[in-house]
Design a protein around this ligand. Sequence first.
Ligand code: GRF
Length: 227
Amino acid sequence: MSAKESPARPPVKLAVLISGEGTNLQAIIDATSRGELRADIRLVVSNKAGAGGLERARRHGIPAQALDHRQFVTREDFDRALVATLNSHEVELVACAGFMRILSPVMVRAFPNRIMNIHPALCPAFPGVNAQKAACEYGVRFSGCTVFFVGEGVDDGPIIVQAVVPVYPDDDEARLAARIHVQEHRIYPYAIRLYQEGRLEVRGRKVFISDFPTVHNSSAAINPPLP
Ligand code: GRF
């Protein structure tokens, strides 16, 4: 990604939702620090108080708070509290980054086409948890990761960016997950940048990107490589 910016548009008012380590959160913070992404990260929310990503956020001076889903009777109650928290911080775009909660329509309809998620597979393949393990077990030659707009289904919303990685015969879940993670850290800030630049438009189940960048190289990726 080049360091080209779009000064005409203000930084996107962003919240990041996490449940764990938050390495994708870190990639978003780093892209912002490098000037590759104009984001005002107003808040990080975790549904788990012990999530490493909360500390990561605080180290960077970003407000971080836990909202324990176990304190709420229903999924909708939790989502109502989440919506109220995000609205109180004037959040425009929500990026789920390892947030291990299925969002109810309460949350999805409060931020229509303004919630992104990243899934460690090439959607629509291998939705849900343990996608890397499922890819290894299935025997696919390629997998990857997908940034998409969250809809009311699981990992099936309109796709913004995907990255492809090869899967090798001696891969296990951890090796494949590590290879995919590297690409997650590249495409998540990129997808948010496309939003900040006002270049994403959702029509039906497709995302249209204005000034779609093309490479003049139509060669296919083949794994194993042709001799
Ligand atoms: C990533 O693999 C992401 O694709 C999935 O959860 C993981 C989060 O990793 N949704 P991290 O907490 O950002 O390191």
